[in-house]
Design a protein. Structure first.
Length: 272
């Protein structure tokens, strides 16, 4: 049944537009009526301890993708990180990616970037922000914070050339119905720090007390299946090992599973 759900479906532009408006309205209603306390406070002074940091390259040569997409993505990232950088996530609060960033519009300075679209890509205002949601999700998996909403990518668009993280360890985003939400169920405040260098997007979670655990995220059960309707589906599960301050493993936690329609033939094409 899962493979049938991933089979591409042809939908009219009108149906797609109406569907997006419905889910956006549903999200606006949730924001107005929820009992969640969303994080809003930004602190210029960083918290003293880095829990986990990671960086991802701003420029990647992807097959059949013109480099202006990458240049425009960097401009969009520069705008999007401003309302996120320094945000404090207090105990009991929830971080919402889109509630903080808001809708990407030309008026705010966003430009056309690459939007993944039904297994391909197209230009769209604010394109490229998935790199930011991917990074935040990845660094969160290396902390005690709890991911309460994350959406996997439904399509595996590009081959694994130079991929350093497990497949399916990112989080797709689309304003505002595909959100990334993170809750602080610990006793200590956390702070998100984000910035761009000439070559990389850098993110880190900082905390008020010295970290006492560390994490190793890895994948299991990776496989490719050829479906009767003519497409390949890629599958895996994501786990993380938990270590105490003496670097002794104390747990092995299931995180999520991924199923994505491949837009290239596995094991036959491996170029970016």
């Amino acid at each position: 049944m899962r493979s049938l759900a991933l089979k591409p479906k042809k939908r009219s532009k009108l149906r797609g537009f109406l569907g997006i408006q419905y889910y956006r309205l549903k999200r606006y209603t949730e924001w107005l009526t929820t009992s969640k306390t969303y994080s809003r406070k930004i602190a210029e002074q960083p918290l003293p301890y880095v829990y986990f940091t990671h960086q991802t390259p701003l420029y990647r040569r992807l097959k059949d993708v013109e480099m202006w997409y990458q240049e425009n993505k960097v401009q969009n990232l520069n705008i999007a990180i401003k309302p996120l950088n320094g945000i404090i996530l207090q105990p009991g609060e929830t971080f919402s990616y889109w509630r903080l960033i808001g809708k990407p519009t030309k008026r705010k300075g966003y430009v056309d970037g690459m939007l993944l679209y039904y297994g391909s890509f197209k230009p769209g205002v604010g394109g490229g922000l998935c790199q930011l949601s991917n990074l935040i999700y990845w660094i969160t998996l290396h902390t005690p914070l709890t991911v309460t909403e994350r959406h996997r990518h439904s399509y595996d668009v590009f081959p694994d050339a130079n991929r350093k993280q497990p497949f399916g360890s990112g989080a797709t985003c689309a304003y505002n119905f595909l959100d990334l939400q993170i809750q602080n169920n610990t006793d200590h405040p956390y702070q998100l720090q984000l910035y761009l260098t000439d070559t990389h997007l850098v993110g880190e979670w900082r905390v008020s007390t010295p970290p006492i655990t560390s994490y190793e995220v890895y994948e299991k059960d990776q496989k490719f299946t050829f479906e009767h309707w003519g497409g390949y589906i890629r599958h895996n599960t994501i786990y993380r090992k938990v270590f105490n301050s003496q670097n002794e493993q104390i747990d092995d936690e299931y995180i999520t599973e991924n199923h994505a329609l491949m837009m290239y033939e596995p094991l036959l094409e491996n170029e970016s």
